[in-house]
Design a protein around this ligand. Structure first.
Ligand code: GLU
Length: 310
């Protein structure tokens, strides 16, 4: 029997540290609906030895945002080899903010640098739309529910708010159309709507701990069901390590040392190789778009429990 490392005391200390930083950073407000969240929420959920343990506001739902990009890429890998996908989206870390137009303009072969920034995820949705057509969002929602260990839904309000404030995302998709990266008959509105809905899926840290467990356990969920293949899990972990926390990924590797994916909703899902799950939530973000308290809680846990893979 493995020794329990996530003791109540350690989790409490981590949460208290997270609380201390709750006033730092700012909630995302470029999507007006996101600015309405209660910024005092903070939560940690872990899965260890097959048991879920949580502390703080672990039942509070928030939008998954960029974390869904991991799931979108996993669906793309079900249909295409990574080598084929690389014609449309790279696997290189980004050096600019997650919605940067200039990075797309200047990138090698003028393709999005990776699937975890907006341009990259939008093109992945366009690729999925070609496969699943009007069923695309249903397929995404079903796969997301599998990753999260529970049937989930999306927030109509957040999806609508994303749509109404989607100036930059529209710029990105039109730029990709202009470059010929997307065919001219691409269903722009359908692709964007699907992307907005996917980002608006509501989750809590318990769900994200389950997702963390699946990716950390080579694709097998708590019930023993294969959600993704071991190879797909390895690709996701690699991309999370190098691209998962935007242009902060190098700093995050030093501070926390775990593959991870953050979203502007305030969640961070991590991955490891030791059959555990670990996820955190706190809505205020640093200037890169990562949960401010979330990064500090993970850093604390990583240092205390020697979690860094490096
Ligand atoms: N829906 C957000 C957007 O398109 C996702 C950004 C994120 O979480 O990084 O800007």
């Amino acid at each position: 029997m493995r020794t329990i490392i996530y003791t109540d005391e350690i989790l409490e200390e981590a949460l208290n540290l997270g609380r201390k930083y709750l006033h730092e950073g700012a909630v995302a407000d470029y999507i007006p609906e996101l600015a309405k969240v209660n910024a005092n929420k903070v939560a940690i959920s872990v899965i260890e030895d097959g048991n879920l343990k949580s502390i703080g506001d672990s039942k509070v739902r928030f939008s998954i945002q960029s974390i869904v990009k991991v799931i979108l890429y996993s669906l793309a890998m079900k249909n295409y080899k990574v080598a084929e996908l690389k014609k449309y989206v790279g696997v290189r870390p980004s050096a600019k903010p997650f919605n940067s137009v200039i990075e797309l303009e200047l990138s090698e072969k003028r393709i999005p640098v990776n699937p975890f920034i907006n341009a990259g995820a939008i093109i992945i949705v366009a690729i999925l739309y070609n496969v699943y057509r009007e069923k695309t969002f249903d397929v995404i929602l079903e796969k997301t529910s599998e990753f999260l260990g529970e049937e989930v839904d999306y927030s109509r309000e957040i999806a609508q708010s994303e749509k109404e404030s989607s100036f930059t995302n529209r710029t990105l998709i039109y730029l990709m159309l202009a470059k010929g990266l997307l065919p001219s008959d691409t269903k722009v509105e359908e692709v964007l709507d699907t992307y907005f809905k996917a980002c608006s899926i509501l989750v809590n840290t318990e769900n994200l701990a389950h997702m963390s467990y699946v990716i950390s356990n080579d694709g097998i969920d708590l019930e023993g069901k294969e959600i993704i293949t071991p190879r797909e899990a390895r690709v996701l972990r690699s991309l999370m390590a190098t691209c998962g926390t935007y242009d902060y990924s190098g700093d995050f590797a030093i501070r926390v040392g775990l593959p991870a994916k953050s979203g502007v909703g305030g969640g961070i899902v991590t991955a490891s190789k030791n059959k555990t799950g670990l996820a955190v939530y706190a809505p205020r973000l640093d200037k890169h778009g990562n949960s401010y308290s979330g990064v500090r809680m993970l850093e604390f846990l990583s240092n205390e429990l020697d979690l860094s893979i490096y």
